[in-house]
Write a protein that binds this ligand. Structure first.
Ligand SMILES: Nc1nc2c(ncn2[C@@H]2O[C@H](COP(=O)(O)OP(=O)(O)OP(=O)(O)O)[C@@H](O)[C@H]2O)c(=O)[nH]1
Ligand SMILES: [Mg+2]
Length: 289
């Protein structure tokens, strides 16, 4: 399990990587080559503002023709925001279909493989199927799960889960939430209530709130992230479905624009298809050494 970290990044960088490498192999980066690089960055979903920043930095670099210069610029762009690691309580939030429930199971499996005791909580009481989905994972992975009944207040499930977590001294509690409620403000209020419930129940525990984003949504994912970031304190992002994109540039846009670190990258539908994000590894996979 969990030996596939490189393949997590593979899908994100392959197109980008081969284009960048062929560009630098021709030696000098003239105006035309810089325009091509700009195009490659934009096609990889880097976004206009961040792309401009990268190109400007490269022009200013004493050695703009070297891949090393680009590598340094990209690393520096990501470096100021690094993920501080998982707290005791991991709360997954995001728009419906992004991959919250699957990511909850994947993180639970990853932590379990590190010999941590894990409790899952199904706080998406909005849809009965959502609870069933997490229940299946819980059975498959042999990880205990706290559920409520359909339409129950999600915070009531979280309350129960916190009590169970405390009582049996678990290392980690992972909470799956709903992606869709009546309105966006309902959703945000619900998340605030869940966070308040945890803080009240477990005042000494560190809560990590992770926004789950579908990488296939490209620039739209940035809009989603902004929306959540406005009303919730986010500690990191889980970028999902990287197996379907080839557009690793979104990583730079998210980090550069929102200053939120990428915590995990997920790919595929198996429990072990998740990798902690690592800046150096990501940049070197992207443009080679
Ligand atoms: N290929 C691929 N599919 C994924 C990945 N993560 C999740 N999925 C699939 O995407 C779909 C939605 O995932 P869920 O985990 O149910 O998403 P969610 O955010 O919980 O959705 P809601 O509960 O509706 O808010 C499911 O079919 C998952 O199997 C991934 O990393 N790669
Ligand atoms: Mg779900």
């Amino acid at each position: 399990m969990f030996k596939r970290i490189s393949s997590a990044f593979n899908a994100l960088y392959t197109t980008f990587s081969s284009s960048v490498n062929s560009l630098f192999s021709s030696g000098k980066l003239d105006t035309e080559a810089l325009a091509t690089l700009e195009k490659i960055l934009l096609q990889a979903d880097t976004g206009v503002a961040t792309t401009q920043k990268i190109i400007q930095e490269l022009k200013k670099s004493p050695d703009p023709d070297s891949k090393a210069a680009l590598s340094t610029i990209l690393t520096q762009l990501l470096a100021p925001v690094t993920y501080q690691g998982d707290g005791d309580i991991i709360l997954l939030v995001g728009i419906n279909g992004g991959g919250k429930t699957t990511s909850a199971a994947k993180i639970a499996a990853l932590l379990q493989s590190q010999h941590k005791t894990v409790l899952l909580a199904a706080a998406d009481t909005f849809r009965a199927a959502a609870v069933e989905q997490l229940k299946l994972w819980s059975e498959r992975l042999h990880i205990p799960l706290v559920t409520g009944i359909s339409q129950q207040d999600p915070s009531a499930v979280v309350y129960q889960a916190c009590a169970e977590y405390k009582k049996n001294n678990y290392d980690k509690l992972i909470i799956d939430t709903a992606g869709r409620l009546q309105t966006k403000s309902h959703l945000m209020k619900e998340l605030e209530k869940i966070q308040r419930t945890i803080t009240k129940q477990l005042p000494d525990k560190k809560i990590t709130t992770l926004l789950v984003i579908d990488s296939m949504l490209g620039q739209n994912s940035l809009e989603q992230a902004k929306l959540f970031n406005e009303s919730t304190q986010l500690d990191g992002i889980i970028l999902t479905k990287t197996d379907g994109t080839g557009k690793g540039g979104i990583v730079f846009t998210i980090v550069d624009t929102l200053k939120i670190p990428i915590a995990y990258v997920t790919f595929g539908e198996q429990a072990d298809q998740i990798a902690p994000f690592n800046t150096e590894k990501f940049v070197s996979s992207l443009i080679g050494d």
